[in-house]
Ligand binder design. Sequence first.
Ligand SMILES: [Ca+2]
Ligand SMILES: [Ca+2]
Ligand SMILES: [Ca+2]
Ligand SMILES: [Ca+2]
Length: 470
Amino acid sequence: MEKLLLSILITVLTGCSIFAQYISEVLDYVPAPGQYINSTPWGDASSAESIIGVTNGTLSLGAFGGYVVFKFQNPVQNHPDNPFGVDFTIFGNSNGLAAEPAVVYVMKDENNNGLPDDHWYLLAPSDYFFSSTIKDYEVTYFNPDSEIAEDVNWTDNYSNSGVIEANIYHQQSYYPLYDLFPDIPIDFYTLQGVKISGEIDRSVPSFVKSTVRKFGFADNQIRGSEPFIIPDNPYTAEVENSGGDAFDISWAIDQDGNYIELDEIHFIKVQTAMLDNLGWLGEISTEITGAVDVEPNTNINGIEDCIVVKELSDTLIIGEYQLEVFTFSKGRLNNDREIAWNVVKGNAFVDEQDVLHIISEGEVSITCEIVDAMAESATINTFAVNSSASFNFSVKDDLKIYPNPVQSILAVSVESADLVEILDCHGRVVKVINNYSSGESIDVGNLPAGLYFARITNLGFQQMVRLVKI
Ligand SMILES: [Ca+2]
Ligand SMILES: [Ca+2]
Ligand SMILES: [Ca+2]
Ligand SMILES: [Ca+2]
C-alpha cells in the first residue's frame, strides 16, 4: 500500500513538473570593466548570488570576456526527449532590440571531484562559423586608477586598442575594485575567449540597436512565460514557451571545432562575446538573471533545421559582396543542404558562389532558404549607394588604416595579415598585398582619387574598412 501511494505521488509530482531546477551555486564571477561593475544591484559580489534559485536575479558580466561560472544541484542531462534538444535555458534582460550576446561553455566533472577543473567545451553558436568570429581573442584592460567613472583603456592580441567609455549615468569606477574583487589584479588583467561581431545600428542615436543573433547566445532573446522548464525553440524567431536563451549540450565542440558527445554536464560558464558599444546605452555587457534546467517532454515538437546568413552593413557601395551562409540540423552545422536565394527588393542578384552583385542604388532585401526543409528563411537587408557623398559608413573600431584620407602611402594597424586588398567603389580589387606585416607601406599613389575599401584577411577573419584617396 505504501509503495502504491509512493508511486502515485511520484507520478503526480513528475506529471506536474513542479521541480524546476535553478542555479544552485555560483563558483566564479570575473567581470570585465563596465558601467554596472562595482555597483548594486548588477555588479558587486552579491550580484553573483542573486541568480541562484531564481530567474529574476541581477548580474552584469561587463564588457568582452567577463564571465560567470555556475552549477545546478544535479547534473544537466543531454536527454534525447528534451524539447528541440534543448537542455537548459539562460535568462538575461534582452528586449529583442539590444542583444548583448555571451557565449556559453559547458564542463563535465570528469574527475568527479565536484570542482570545475576539467575541460570547458564551447556550445558553438550560430555565428561561430562566420569569418568575422575570432576564436582566440584576448583583451587586456588597464585600471585608470580613479574612484569615479573614467574611460578604461584596453589593448588586444591583434594590436588594436580602445576604451570602455565612461558615461554620465554611472559615476562609479568601471574597473573592478580590489575591495569587491580581490582576485582581479589591480593594475591590469587579460580576459580571453570567442569574439563575435554583430551589426550595431546607430542610424538613430537615441535608439541604437544591436541585432539579435540566431541561436546559441545568452542575453540575446526575449523571455517568455512560465513554466520555465519548457524551452523556446532556438531555431525559430518567435518567442515560444519560456523564451530566453535555449542551449543544447549537443552543440559542444572541442578545441579543433569538432562536435563531441556529452551525456550530461555539471558546470556552465557564460562569457560576454562582443566588444562594442551601444552609444548612450554604453558598452555591450551581458546581463544574466538566472537559468533553468529543461525537462524531457515528448509532446513538444517543432522545426529543427535552420539557416544563418551573416548580416551586411546597413549601407553599401554598389559592387560585389561575398555572402556567408550556413545551414544547421538541430543546431549542428550541416552544410550539405541545397539553398536558394531570392532577391525580394532591389536591383541585385546572388551568383552560385554566394556573391551578391548589387547593380544600382536603393534598398536591397534578400532571403535565403533551405530547399526541401521545414526551416525559417534568413533575410539580409542593406541600402546600396553609388557615391561617397551619400555614403555613411561606420568603420569598425578594432581595426585602423592610416593615414585616412591617404595621398600615397598607407599602413594597416595589424601585426600581420594573410592578405590586404584594396577595392574600388564598384567592389573591384585594384591592389593585393600578400603576407602583410606590421608597418609595411602600401603605395596607392597611382590610384585615382575617390572612395575605396581596404579588405583585410587574417586567420580566416575578414574585415572591410572605408578608405578615401585624395
Ligand atoms: Ca540536448
Ligand atoms: Ca542586456
Ligand atoms: Ca572536476
Ligand atoms: Ca523561438
